[in-house]
Ligand binder design. Structure first.
Ligand code: RTP
Ligand code: MG
Length: 155
């Protein structure tokens, strides 16, 4: 079956924000279309809501403090298999692992391996997460469903 056009939510985190032009170039070079983007600073409450799935984890307080420590840039990206292709370009969660396993990935290139929580950028982990996260950052945007080759609905 042919790959399907999808949308995903990408976010450059506070430790990556100064590198946004280089990261945006990598996004475009990999064939993504930038549907929309915005730069903002998350409140504590917003960061807690965004990462609610991790609220029981030991790193959650550090994660929320880090995510509110500066501005972030959120993007809606579209391309074939956008969810998994953006996570591929991001590389593994830990920068130290990314450097070993995928040195050309965004986390490997722009991240500091001394930190576990600071890892440059985020990507939705599924189509369902992508739909929720796009709505989180772009609540007023009305997007047409992506039509696949078979006319089925995708996010
Ligand atoms: P993300 O959601 O940000 O795209 O990252 P991910 O899917 O690769 O990893 P996830 O398990 O969802 O973790 C969310 C974010 O929490 C921070 N983290 N810190 N100190 C630690 O051990 C630790 N583990 C995770 C990272 O910022 C990670 O991206
Ligand atoms: Mg995640």
């Amino acid at each position: 079956m042919a790959d399907k056009i999808q949308r995903t939510l990408a976010m450059i985190k506070p430790d990556g924000i100064d590198k946004w032009p280089q990261i945006e170039k990598m996004i475009l070079d990999e064939g993504f279309t930038i549907v929309d983007r915005r730069r903002l600073r998350l409140t504590r409450q917003e960061a807690e809501e965004f990462y609610a799935e991790h609220q029981e984890k030991s790193f959650f307080p550090d994660l929320v403090t880090y995510m509110t420590s500066g501005e972030v840039m959120a993007f809606i990206l579209a391309r074939e298999d956008a969810v998994s292709q953006w996570r591929r370009l991001l590389g593994p969660t830990k920068v130290s692992t990314a450097r070993r396993q995928d040195p050309a990935s965004i986390r490997a290139v722009f991240g500091d391996p001394a930190f576990d929580t600071r890892n440059v950028a985020h990507g939705s982990d599924s189509l369902v997460s992508a739909a929720r996260e796009v709505k989180f950052f772009f609540p007023d945007l009305t997007l047409e469903p992506v039509l696949t080759g078979e006319g089925a609905k995708e996010y």
